[in-house]
Design a protein around this ligand. Structure first.
Ligand SMILES: [Zn+2]
Length: 299
């Protein structure tokens, strides 16, 4: 496979512009040249980020989407077939947080403790995760946990919940496994997935969303997305991984997905990546390196 990361990182560019994007949201825009410059900074950042990513991450195996906190696209490289239906992707376990929100709404915000026995529980970790609740299940992306949630879900009410996040949801005849991100029945466009994550993080004052966000923080620290903190620093970001059946021709072993929100405390950037031929955990390394390259993780 081709190397996913090539060339030097242009950190100087991003180091100058990342503070600008933070300021731009906080400062009133007044009619002075200094303020006009600040107002122009987000666009400068977008252009620089796009240029840095284009020159350093050239692998044809990589697709990505970089958004600001408002959901605006800052940089993108994602093959877009003309048929809208073909643009939709099944990102494996990236669906799990939204399954959890739908479940929470139908069960008064109460979540079970589930015992994951590994292979016999249809989990990706052969020896199993043991007993876990929602937060740890997000961190470990435990299949057994979310299969249990999916089994107890009213599909029609779930569709209403998902619509609030801009998601169409899986077809009505989808299996519980599909609802948990196994198989490829549940498809949304990359932009829809990314914006749904922004909304979820914006709602983290709500109890269920708060548990999910904590699970994503821990995922970046020690879970399936731990390569994110390795690249950006401890507690730097929120992250979730997904491993999907490969949708490419010729077919690879898997497509790895990662969503990262940075910085963790108040995300200004969302990066969604898909890496052909690797697992979600592997794709996380690329996501971390991309965010480093545009200035994240610097102090
Ligand atoms: Zn498990």
């Amino acid at each position: 496979m081709e190397p996913l990361i090539t060339g030097p990182f242009h950190r100087w560019t991003a180091a100058r512009i990342l503070p600008g994007i933070a300021l731009a949201g906080l400062l009133p825009i007044a009619a002075s040249s200094a303020s006009a410059q600040q107002a122009a900074e987000p666009q400068l950042f977008s252009q620089s980020a796009q240029a840095v990513l284009e020159s350093n991450f050239t692998s044809p195996n990589l697709s990505y989407l970089l958004l600001d906190a408002s959901g605006k696209v800052l940089a993108v490289r994602w093959p877009t077939p003309p048929n809208l239906a073909q643009q939709a992707v099944s990102p494996g376990s990236l669906v799990k947080p939204f399954l959890a929100i739908a479940y929470g709404e139908q069960h008064g915000g109460r979540f079970p403790t589930v015992r994951c026995l590994g292979t016999e529980s249809r989990c990706w970790l052969p020896r199993g995760h043991g007993n876990l609740g929602l937060e740890e299940a997000i961190t470990q992306s435990c299949n057994a946990y979310f299969l249990e949630l999916a089994a107890g879900l009213d599909r029609q009410r779930a569709a209403q919940t998902l619509a609030r996040y801009g998601l169409t949801g899986p077809p009505v005849d989808a299996s519980a496994a599909n609802l948990a991100g196994l198989g490829d029945a549940w498809k949304e466009t990359p932009l829809a997935w990314a914006r749904a994550y922004l909304q979820l993080v914006n709602e983290q004052q709500s109890p269920v969303q708060s548990m999910i966000v904590k699970g994503m923080l821990e995922s970046a620290r020690r879970g399936t997305a731990h390569s994110v903190d390795a690249a950006l620093g401890r507690n730097a970001a929120l992250a979730k991984t997904g491993t999907a059946a490969c949708s490419h021709t010729p077919q690879g072993a898997a497509d790895g997905f990662t969503v990262v929100l940075y910085p963790a405390a108040r995300p200004r950037l969302l990066l969604l990546v898909r890496v052909h031929g690797v697992t979600g955990a592997e794709s996380t390394k690329v996501a971390g390196a991309m965010l480093r390259a545009i200035g994240a993780g610097e102090r």
